[in-house]
Design a protein. Structure first.
Ligand SMILES: C[S@@+](CC[C@H](N)C(=O)[O-])C[C@H]1O[C@@H](n2cnc3c(N)ncnc32)[C@H](O)[C@@H]1O
Length: 287
């Protein structure tokens, strides 16, 4: 079958899906299978596609039709200008999370430009936050923790891919993962994008998310803020005086999370908005 014909067939299969861009997705997927970029697909409509590739393409488009995320099919997601390997079992990095990372990078430039500093990321997933920070700031020793094996495996693959030797990854339940490393009172910046969807809202999420992304990356307990109640007080043990705690939040969680920061005695507390103008990050300084 020719590329044009196959592409049309693929687009037809997924055009009624609620989310996504059918033409782009079909072109990216076929390009992935043929090991060419999407421009080649658009400009070589007459090229014949081998039958096994046709079959594989139609099988994957069938999965996409059921809501299986395109990023898991392509095994890739761009984040902060880096191509992260992703697969089932890790959250697909969201562009919203770039708000937090960009703040951290600027903060390091402003406050710790030529200083060697310790950075901790709780709940690393694919490594989106920790590896971007470690990639762009070589003066950072970056420690990361996740409770599950798959995120650790995938983050390690990405660490190798970006050739980073300033990253140290551990398995554990939040701070338990770095126990015994002697980091108490020595961390300059703690960051986290914890699970923050209230349990009862998970059912209302789009199919791509609720059916295929890991529940352990989404479920923030009954009211969605269970992780903030643990991370904000416990960070005090690990942060240096004047250290920064920065957390991604759900767009309606600003007030509640801010209150926890206040209660726990942080200063310069502030809520940052994402590119859509929604509350997305809460931060405070340890005093
Ligand atoms: C929302 S995802 C964030 C992933 C990644 N940091 C990102 O921004 O794309 C949350 C991550 O926290 C991990 N996690 C959940 N509970 C945890 C716990 N108690 N301790 C450490 N990690 C946990 C999950 O496995 C998941 O990888």
């Amino acid at each position: 079958m020719e590329i044009n014909h196959l592409l049309k067939k693929g687009v037809e299969m997924i055009k009624d899906r609620e989310y996504g861009n059918p033409v782009l997705e079909a072109a990216l997927l076929l390009g992935k299978l043929l090991n060419v970029d999407k421009t080649y697909i658009y400009t070589h409509g007459d090229t014949q596609v081998p039958q096994p590739t046709v079959d594989k393409f139609l099988e994957l488009m069938g999965m996409r039709k059921l809501g299986y995320p395109i990023q898991y099919i392509l095994k890739e997601k761009e984040f902060m200008g880096l191509d992260f390997y992703v697969d089932e079992g890790v959250l697909i990095p969201r562009s919203d999370t770039e708000t937090l990372v960009e703040y951290v990078l600027e903060y390091i430039d402003k406050k710790y430009k030529d200083e060697s500093i310790n950075f901790l990321d709780l709940g690393i997933g694919s490594g989106a936050i920790i590896l971007s920070v470690a990639y762009y700031k070589k003066n950072v020793n970056a420690y990361g923790v996740d409770i599950h094996d798959i995120p650790l495996k995938i983050a390690n693959i990405n660490k190798e891919k970006f050739n980073l030797n300033n990253v140290f990854l551990y398995k554990g339940d939040l701070f338990q993962g770095i126990e015994g490393l002697g980091l108490e009172g020595k961390i300059h910046i703690i960051a986290s994008n914890p699970p923050y969807i209230p349990k009862k809202e998970i059912e209302t999420l789009q199919r791509e998310v609720k059916d295929y992304e890991p529940m352990s990356a989404l479920d923030g307990g009954e009211d969605g803020i269970i992780f903030y109640r643990k991370i904000i007080p416990e960070s005090r043990r690990y942060l240096k005086d004047g250290g920064l705690l920065i957390l991604e939040i759900g767009c309606d969680q600003g007030r509640k999370v801010e209150n926890i920061f206040i209660r726990e005695g942080y200063k310069d507390i502030c809520i940052l908005k994402d590119l859509q103008g929604l509350d997305r990050v809460a931060l405070g300084i340890m005093k």
